[in-house]
Design a protein around this ligand. Sequence first.
Ligand SMILES: Nc1nc2c(ncn2[C@@H]2O[C@H](COP(=O)(O)OP(=O)(O)O)[C@@H](O)[C@H]2O)c(=O)[nH]1
Ligand SMILES: [Mg+2]
Length: 243
Amino acid sequence: MPAKVCLIVPCFNEAGRLDIERFGAPPAGITCLLVDDGSRDGTLELARRHASSTLGVLPLPQNVGKGEAVRQGMLHARASGLLDGVQWVGYWDADLATPLSEVEHFLAYATLESGRVDGILGSRIYKLGSRIVRSYRRHLLGRCFTTLAATLLGLQCYDSQCGAKLFRTDLVEAAFGEPFVSRWIFDIEILLRLRQYRLIECPLREWADVSRSKLSIVKVAAPTMVDLLRIRRRYLTTRDQGA
Ligand SMILES: Nc1nc2c(ncn2[C@@H]2O[C@H](COP(=O)(O)OP(=O)(O)O)[C@@H](O)[C@H]2O)c(=O)[nH]1
Ligand SMILES: [Mg+2]
């Protein structure tokens, strides 16, 4: 089956938890591009040893942060022909907190909508029939962040920060053409860049927090607040900001 989905997977010092076997044998129709963001723990060597026709590797010499690594991956995938004939391109966290089997669920979920869907965003919603495993503390912090972002930026998204998202391939330029303002919350910028397109949230069937997160809430809290304000200035008109 020809690939219909290409996943950009940002990796920073992931040698200890990267399930390379799973990325090496993805479900049918999926290709992955691992973007090594200047790791110093052997991630690149591990990825290269398993490179194949369905698993590409893009090394970045220096650490540029998740958003820029995803962006570089998108632009590289497009320039190198990896996206030729591919309908959906997305980014997916390397820890597979969202399993690759959810890709098929995303696509099936989008077909339930009437009309064209341009982007499908994973959403960690606690509901019967789903298995979402997340610490109470992180859940609460996530809800606080989303509420603040929604209020400041006028967004109606339940879970902007989930690291599992798919977009129509022809939206790469609109979503990833320009560098992001923020290193940490670039997902929000994508939502704002694609405001005129139809994005939907897909409630995940399965999501589990994977230990050894690189994200220290304490360290990123202050830069995140600053970034929210910078994003507001950059993407909202003066009139919107006053609203
Ligand atoms: N390129 C890049 N990716 C990063 C960086 N920090 C984290 N990541 C990636 O972002 C994804 C999510 O990271 P994780 O530590 O699980 O964050 P959490 O799930 O939000 O706690 C993984 O694919 C990481 O490898 C970074 O500095 N650069
Ligand atoms: Mg994680």
